[in-house]
Structures are given as C-alpha cells and as structure tokens.
Design a protein around this ligand. Structure first.
Ligand SMILES: CC(C)(COP(=O)(O)OP(=O)(O)OC[C@H]1O[C@@H](n2cnc3c(N)ncnc32)[C@H](O)[C@@H]1OP(=O)(O)O)[C@@H](O)C(=O)NCCC(=O)NCCS
Length: 216
C-alpha cells in the first residue's frame, strides 16, 4: 500500500501526474471523478469522491486538478474528511532540484523542470514540464507554473497564482495572490493581487474575481 496512490481528477493533468507518479515508483490504483465514475483511465477504474473517502481514507493521494482554486478547495476537503491520508511530493526523475530547496506536500514537479537552490515550493503547487525556477524563489501554496516558464532568482509568486506557458519573470520580482500572468509574457516589475496581466513587458489587463476560471 505504501507505493499505491489515488489520483483525484481524470483529465489531461491527471495523466501527466500519473506519468510523474510512475517515475517516482508509485502504482496508481484509482482515479476519482464523480462525472467519470465507472469508466477506466489507462486501464485503472474511476471512482466517486464518496467511494474514495470511504475506501482510501489512509492512502497516498494526489490532487490532479489544474484549476488552482479548485485544487485548494478539494485538498482542504480531503484533509478534513481523510485525516490519515498522505499527499506525497511527486518529482519526476528527470528534474534537477537545488540544494536547500524545500517542497511541501502535494506538489508535483513535471519532467525536466529545474528548481534552483534555496527555493521553496508550497503545498499542492504544479511546476510543469521544462520550466526553470532559479535560486531563492518562493512559490506559494496552490500556485502553478506552466510549461517552459523561466524565472530569475529571488522571484516570489503568491497563492493560487498561475504563470502561463512560456512566461519569463525577471529576477527579484514579486507577483501577488490570485493572479494570472498570460502566455509568453515578460514580467519586469512587481505585479499586485487578483488580476490578469500579460504582454512584453507584462502589465495589468483587468481585475480578476476570486473563483474565476483560470486559463483559457
Ligand atoms: C491570459 C489569458 C488567460 C487571457 O485570457 P482572456 O482574458 O480570456 O483573453 P482573450 O483570450 O479573450 O484575449 C483577449 C485579447 O488579448 C490577447 N491576449 C490574450 N492573451 C495574451 C497574451 N498572453 N499575450 C498577448 N496578448 C494576449 C488576445 O489575442 C486578444 O486580443 P484581440 O482582442 O486583439 O483578439 C490567456 O490568453 C492565456 O495566456 N492563457 C494561457 C494558457 C496556458 O498557459 N495554459 C497552460 C496550461 S498548462
């Protein structure tokens, strides 16, 4: 059982998480999605949330939901309903993790990502394929870093913030909570909270409501 893991979600991100989990030596024994229950993914059954709570209350769980706010909400529900469940850190074997870097529970680091030294990744973050986080960075809980994102050193990214595909963030820059930075942006100045910003240079485009869908 220690090498078994239940993946919560059934979309493309759940498949990517499966790929990382296998690389870490886990066996995926179930997926969880009320809308897909009864079906199979990669030959493995999909069950409902209620079934998961009653059967797998003390198992390893990974919340494979791409929307940052929904992932936070589901993680918090699981913590309450499944007090003995564990949320392992999943780092693909191809990644490079620097010295003195700390990664919190539930975070997934996809293939070929680089995390520089002295950095911290919070709970249930997603660090996607071929992204590079440099030294002394702080990625807060439930944030997501899309494929091909590059940050310089001493970059701070707030809770639930999504950095879209291919964005570049200058060293010593801070991005607030509940922000979406658009694809291919160059962030050269601090960005506040609750907004969509994009472009090169990256600037605020509009406010963002908490709970608004993340990436289009
Ligand atoms: C930032 C983003 C979420 C904005 O979405 P949105 O508010 O729905 O914006 P729209 O798609 O309606 O586009 C509005 C306009 O802004 C432009 N625009 C959108 N994103 C842009 C970006 N990143 N850079 C430059 N221009 C952009 C669009 O071309 C469009 O211009 P137009 O009005 O001249 O046609 C989205 O464009 C984006 O970057 N998504 C990234 C998805 C991603 O990285 N997924 C990774 C999954 S792992």
């Amino acid at each position: 059982m220690t090498n078994d893991i239940v993946v919560v979600g059934s979309g493309g991100h759940a498949i990517s998480v499966t790929n990382v989990a296998l690389s870490c030596g886990y066996t995926v024994i179930s997926y969880v999605d009320d809308c897909q229950a009864g079906k199979k993914i990669l030959g493995t059954p999909v069950i409902t949330f209620e079934e998961c709570y009653s059967i797998y209350f003390s198992h390893n769980i990974c919340i494979a939901i791409g929307d940052n706010a929904v992932r936070e909400q589901v993680f918090k529900e699981y913590k309450v309903k499944m007090a003995s469940a564990k949320f392992p850190i999943l780092v693909h074997e191809s990644c490079v993790i620097g010295i003195n870097t700390h990664i919190d529970e539930g975070t997934v680091v996809m293939p070929l990502a680089n995390i520089g030294p002295n950095s911290t990744l919070g709970k249930c973050c997603i660090v996607n394929t071929s992204s590079s986080i440099d030294h002394d960075c702080k990625i807060d809980d439930f944030a997501s870093i899309a494929p091909g994102v590059i940050t310089g050193g001493i970059v701070s990214i707030g809770k639930r913030t999504a950095i879209s595909i291919g964005a570049t963030i200058k060293h010593d820059t801070s991005i607030g909570v509940d922000v979406v930075i658009g694809a291919n942006s160059y962030v050269d100045k601090n960005i506040g909270n609750c907004m969509v910003a994009y472009g090169s240079p990256c600037r605020k485009v509009r406010d963002r409501e908490i709970g608004e869908a993340y990436l289009t």
